[in-house]
Design a protein around this ligand. Structure first.
Ligand code: AMP
Ligand code: MG
Length: 330
């Protein structure tokens, strides 16, 4: 079956075509700014403007005609209401127009499922480190359970907030990684920052406040700040991932989310796993960041498990949690 996937939970609008277990096309465009963050209504306008072009591009790349599509899958949760609505409306319209079944997908679960498809990981603990979400998730008893998570903001939003204070623009993650690498090459000293791990949960608000004060003091170079932030924040994430692995007795980690593109985070996860005789896996960046391929793939599995939803009932749920969803297709 040929599946069209549509992703629109936040800054990325994507369309992908899947055939069985193969990605035929995975097209996306992300809203970005030189300064400042993202205003939901403005991001939604961006998605509305380009959505038809992106779907057409996906069909062209895959060399399929819209009439060959057998299933339409869209991200129904969680995310920004404004942008979720754009994807859901487009998906409903296409399903009605093409007279094809429609399914809604939980975006966080899709990150996990694409990680399992694209890497050798079978039953991993997932460190999902993205803009809005930071969770340590593993499958237990019929659901993906959240073992640890951020108690305030997502790690990506934290990095973007820190980057904004440093004047780096949005998204700041890649620029922070470059500056941290320079800092490491310069052998800068590690700065002291609040390390907040509570059981398997983490929090970043206190560190962000402290960093803003440090930036205003003009005492520290960008390189030293970025290096210290990465070392300390990633140590927090790796620590809670390791605790979840011990708790669930699992031997694999799979990474998900845009922050997981960071090579230093990948390296720290790998060395933690090596010490416990476990394995850490990261899919290619294309499948770590928000993408529609994961929505198409998970949509196909959801369809086989539970069938389609009626277009008039195909809504959105900005606040749905990973463990709200029953999963029988694991
Ligand atoms: P997502 O929400 O999964 O699309 O991820 C977006 C987030 O990933 C943004 O907050 C980016 O700043 C962050 N990000 C992207 N690339 C990197 C990187 N190389 N290092 C750290 N964070 C990154
Ligand atoms: Mg995501």
């Amino acid at each position: 079956m040929i599946v069209l996937g549509i992703e629109s939970t936040a800054h990325t609008f994507g369309a992908a075509i899947f055939k069985e277990e193969r990605v035929l096309a995975n097209v996306k465009t992300a809203f970005s700014t030189k300064t400042g963050g993202m205003v939901p209504a403005r991001v939604a306008d961006h998605h509305i403007e380009i959505c038809d072009e992106i779907v057409r591009q996906a069909c062209d790349d895959a060399r399929v005609s819209p009439k060959d599509i057998g299933l339409v899958a869209y991200s129904r949760s969680p995310g920004l209401g404004h942008t979720l609505r754009v994807g859901a409306t487009l998906a409903r319209s296409l399903a009605l127009l093409l007279k094809k079944p429609l399914v809604g997908v939980n975006h966080c679960i899709a990150h996990l499922e694409i990680g399992r498809l694209m890497t050798p990981a079978e039953d991993p603990v997932m460190l999902y480190a993205s803009g809005a979400n930071t969770q340590v998730v593993a499958y237990e008893a019929g659901r993906y359970r959240i073992f640890g998570e951020t108690l305030d903001i997502g790690v990506g939003n934290f990095l973007d907030g820190f980057g904004r204070a440093l004047g780096l623009g949005f998204p700041a993650g890649p620029a922070i990684e470059r500056l941290a690498k320079k800092g490491a090459a310069q052998n800068v000293a590690l700065l002291e920052l609040p390390y907040s791990v509570k059981g398997m949960d983490v929090s970043f608000g206190g560190m962000l406040t402290k960093l803003k004060t440090m930036i205003r003091s003009k005492k520290y170079s960008k390189e030293q700040l970025c290096f210290s932030v990465q070392e300390i924040v990633f140590a927090m994430l790796v620590e809670v991932t390791e605790r979840a692995m011990a708790h669930c007795d699992k031997k694999e980690v799979v990474l998900g989310g845009g922050v997981a593109c960071n090579k230093r985070l990948q390296e720290m996860c790998s060395s933690m796993c090596k010490e416990r005789k476990a394995k850490s896996h990261a899919p290619r960046n294309e499948f770590l960041v928000d993408n529609a391929a994961m929505i198409a793939w998970t949509g196909l599995r959801v369809y086989h498990q539970s069938g389609a939803v009626k277009p008039e009932q195909a809504g959105i749920d900005p606040y749905e949690r990973t463990d709200d969803v029953e999963v029988n297709h694991y």
